[in-house]
Design a protein around this ligand. Sequence first.
Ligand code: AMP
Ligand code: GLY
Length: 427
Amino acid sequence: MKVLIVGGGGREHAIAVSMKKSKRVDKLYCVPGNAGIAQIAECEPSIGVMEFDKIVSYAKKIQPDLIFVAPDDPLVGGLVDVLEAEGFRTFGPKKNAAILEGSKAFSKDLMKKYNIPTAAYETFDDADKAIEYLESAQMPIVLKADGLALGKGVLICNTLEEAKAGVKEIMLDKHFGDSGNKMVVEEFMTGREVSVLSYVDGKTIKTMTSAQDHKRALDGDQGLNTGGMGNFSPSPFYTKEVDDFCQKYIYQATVDAMAAEGRPFKGIIFFGLMLTEKGPRVLEYNARFGDPEAQVVLCRQKNDIMDVVDACIDGTLDKIDLQFEDNAAVCVVLASEGYPVSYEKGKVIKGLENFDGKEGYYCFHAGTKEKDGQIVTNGGRVLGVTAVGKDLKDAREKAYEATKWVTFDNKYMRSDIGKAIDEVERN
Ligand code: AMP
Ligand code: GLY
């Protein structure tokens, strides 16, 4: 079969590598893709993920048997509906279900209505009312722009002054654009964060192995928030007890709630969880694979990805025995020095060929492009060096060893990805 992937980052590279392994896939296409994806798929770099008309025209030209929409923006914008209306078999939630990620007010109201454990909250569409509420609220407190904001629309405020400035930033100055027309004010929680991704077919949900992200730019979880500097899977903190709780109160409950609302969800639900003293709580939902969660989870999946994708579309996920290898994976992001603030692009990347034929090692491209026959840096996050090992320690050692195989000017990485693992070992 022929498959078209929509997207062009490390996540889409990981999806493409998984599909390439499938015996059922003959040819891969990707829009816009990147220099890494281009090694295994035919890419069309001139088409952006929000250019729905161009994507439809391209699909009509190549006639794929399946289209996989990976990023949040086109999912929330309704690309799946557009492609299905044109007769294409498409993987991903429709617009009315992708709202689970597209509106924090929607997802919080859903959790409240269906008793799914999450932080207490209030929603505001008026800045004065929000400030009035904050004046008697307990600090710290969390402010969230309602809509998509590249993962940046969340402000944790320690004082009333900070909270007032946050309301101004989100609702008045519209720092995150129209995402800030509405705002959720949420109780501040503490605990360890874990990501659990799942396949969903509208009624059945099958969860994947867990993962844990490192969002801050600097070692020791210091510095600014980023799209993610690396992660690992599984999380040693995601115990059987935690899983039992989430299976009982969170996962199926979310799928049932969406179906009951007339918004059946087909695709990937990403549960961002916080393991608080009172038990696991939902921090957020995403309607897609995480980036870089896909990089550490998919390389451990035993099932052919196309079998699972088909089952989600056809509503037969209950027939799938979803399995993961009993091993571990670690992904270390190689970024450009200065990310996430300002950084230079266009640096030549050397040594990529060192990954060729090395089983259990992957170099996923995030921000790269081809220029004059060379592969150069083209973003803040450049590569996701990923290794599989027998356990987390082994995978971590291998991943850090492999980070030495590639070089480029202003290469920057954290040196403590997966350090939480040592903490577990010490206890
Ligand atoms: P979100 O995009 O909702 O996942 O929020 C981004 C990050 O903000 C999360 O990964 C948490 O680290 C933090 N965060 C979000 N909500 C809360 C909360 N209620 N309490 C504490 N931290 C939070
Ligand atoms: N790694 C977090 C995300 O993809 O949203």
